[in-house]
Design a protein. Structure first.
Length: 146
């Protein structure tokens, strides 16, 4: 089992969410709240708060990128074979609509094959309170097997 997944199961949503910024400090800048995490899936809430706003008063694109990389990384970590390693290699994003509410940022990679080494594309979407998609990303992870 992934070290992060084991920590999540032991610590629970709130403590794990607070602790993730200790492991990777940049993630703490968006105050992520991980609400579901398992093999093939990770979901967090990105709060619509002033510190993540752009000049329009909506959630900044890079804050959404930060959240997307976090859920994709957690999903990848929980889904790769034991002993494998991963690193983000690239990200392709689309800003579909202004993000004016809290966002549910979801990586649903249950259909992604993590069993082979190499490039793996992991999908992410950010949805507003009405369930409308504001942002999508395809994050390419480079998976190396031991």
């Amino acid at each position: 089992m992934s070290q992060f997944l084991a920590m999540y199961k032991q610590m629970g949503n709130e403590m794990f969410s607070q602790g993730i910024g200790q492991v990777a400090p940049y993630f703490a800048t968006i105050d992520p709240e991980i609400v579901d995490f398992k093999e093939g899936y990770c979901e967090l809430v990105l709060r619509n708060q002033k510190k993540v706003h752009n000049h329009l008063g909506t959630v900044h694109a890079i804050a959404m990128c930060n959240a997307a990389e976090l859920v994709a990384g957690m999903t990848t970590d929980a889904s790769i074979p034991a002993g494998a390693r991963w690193i983000p290699q690239g990200m392709s994003v689309e800003y579909v609509a202004k993000a004016k509410t809290d966002l549910k940022v979801v990586c649903d990679a249950q259909e992604v094959d993590f069993s082979e080494p190499g490039e793996v594309v992991v999908p992410v979407a950010a949805l507003d309170d009405a369930g409308e998609t504001c942002f999508t990303a395809d994050i390419t992870m480079n998976v190396k097997h031991a």
